[in-house]
Design a protein around this ligand. Structure first.
Ligand code: ADP
Ligand code: MG
Length: 336
């Protein structure tokens, strides 16, 4: 069995079709979080993430403190993707016998740092021995003002597709860690891969605008995640390759190969920037408001289309690209 994304969705469908829905919710399986009624003004939103040693992280390649931080940041990123605020977590751990206490002490420091930063409470969890690997599961509950909820399914034709920051460094970091690539800036890229930051405040700000129609966080790469918005909104997209924002460290690697640069930035997962769509008439206003609030930009990278394909263009010419799915450590990514 090869657990690729298509098969994953088949499995989830198989499982969910066997369970009768007894209390319909606002949004069930299929978006970044599930959504339920909380009170007159707010929904409760819930999401969970699994980090497995050897698949999502290599124990020797990330410090326990960074791993603690990352476990929370990547999970609350799905709360950001709906426009919400994280409130509480349940933390479950499978701990191998060989662990030393100092490792866990540092891991908890990382967990606590992010929880304290966002005023997130620890409400429970489960702790067990594990035979060999370290397992981390975080469940996060949050809330969102009803009118601010953003879904994958609500993008509109002609919406401008935007991202909240540079894309690509995380994939390079992964390749450096896997020793598939050597760069002048190895530590910079490794840090981008090991220490992602959920865009909680940024997404919360954007969610206040009714003209922001749809949002998702980039966990599996722009290509993969825009595909979710397209499928669920029954639309397509035209991505203008030259507009995808990248760091100077990233672009320096591809000075002589633009197409490779575009391919890498579309494939790069674990970015945790927000990908969102804005009504074209509101783009300037929202972009200025964002710029004056955060002193940084949002980046338009394309347009939603009625035609349901995903297309790429460069200087108004269409371009063909072969985009591969993003893998964590479980499988080799393509060599550059
Ligand atoms: P994300 O990348 O934002 O974490 P995914 O694309 O991985 O989201 O997941 C898509 C949807 O499938 C989510 O709503 C998630 O809760 C759901 N899902 C994933 N695995 C399972 C599972 N084993 N059982 C039920 N739902 C699942
Ligand atoms: Mg997500």
């Amino acid at each position: 069995m090869m657990l690729d994304e298509r098969y994953e969705f088949k499995l989830i469908n198989k499982l969910s079709s066997k369970i009768k829905i007894s209390r319909p919710c606002v949004v069930g399986i299929g978006d970044d979080c599930s959504v339920e009624e909380l009170n007159d003004q707010f929904y409760q939103i819930t999401t969970t993430d699994l980090l497995i040693e050897g698949i999502h992280f290599l124990k020797e390649q990330i410090t326990p403190y960074e791993l603690g931080q990352k476990s929370i940041e990547v999970t609350i990123s799905d709360i950001a993707a709906m426009g919400g605020t994280p409130k509480s977590i349940f933390l479950s751990l499978g701990i191998p016998n060989k662990f030393n206490e100092q490792y866990l002490e540092d891991f908890f420091k990382g967990i606590a740092e992010v929880c304290n930063k966002y005023h997130i409470d620890l409400r429970g969890g489960d702790t067990s021995k594990s035979l060999e690997h370290f397992f981390i599961n975080v469940l996060v509950q949050g809330s969102i003002k009803k009118e601010n909820l953003k879904l994958r399914s609500t993008a509109k034709n002609q919406d401008i597709v935007c991202v909240s920051g540079n894309i690509g460094d995380s994939l390079i970091g992964l390749k450096v860690i896997l020793e598939e690539l050597e760069t002048k800036n190895n530590n910079y890229f490794i840090n981008k891969h090991n220490c992602p930051k959920a865009q909680i405040k940024e997404a919360h700000f954007l969610a206040n605008f009714s003209e922001v129609h749809s949002m998702i966080d980039i966990s599996d790469g722009i290509m993969n995640d825009i595909q979710h918005i397209c499928t669920q909104s029954n639309l397509g997209v035209n991505i203008e390759l030259g507009k995808i924002p990248v760091s100077s460290e990233f672009s320096e690697l591809f000075k002589h190969n633009d197409l490779k640069r575009f391919q890498m930035s579309l494939e790069s997962g674990e970015e945790y920037q927000i990908l969102f769509t804005i009504s074209p008439g509101a783009f300037n206003r929202i972009s200025h408001a964002y710029q004056s609030f955060f002193n940084k930009e949002i980046y338009p990278i394309g347009t939603m289309t009625k035609d349901t394909n995903i297309k790429f263009s460069l200087n108004n010419k269409s371009v063909e690209l072969d985009i591969k799915p993003f893998h964590h450590f479980g499988k080799k990514n393509e060599k550059i």
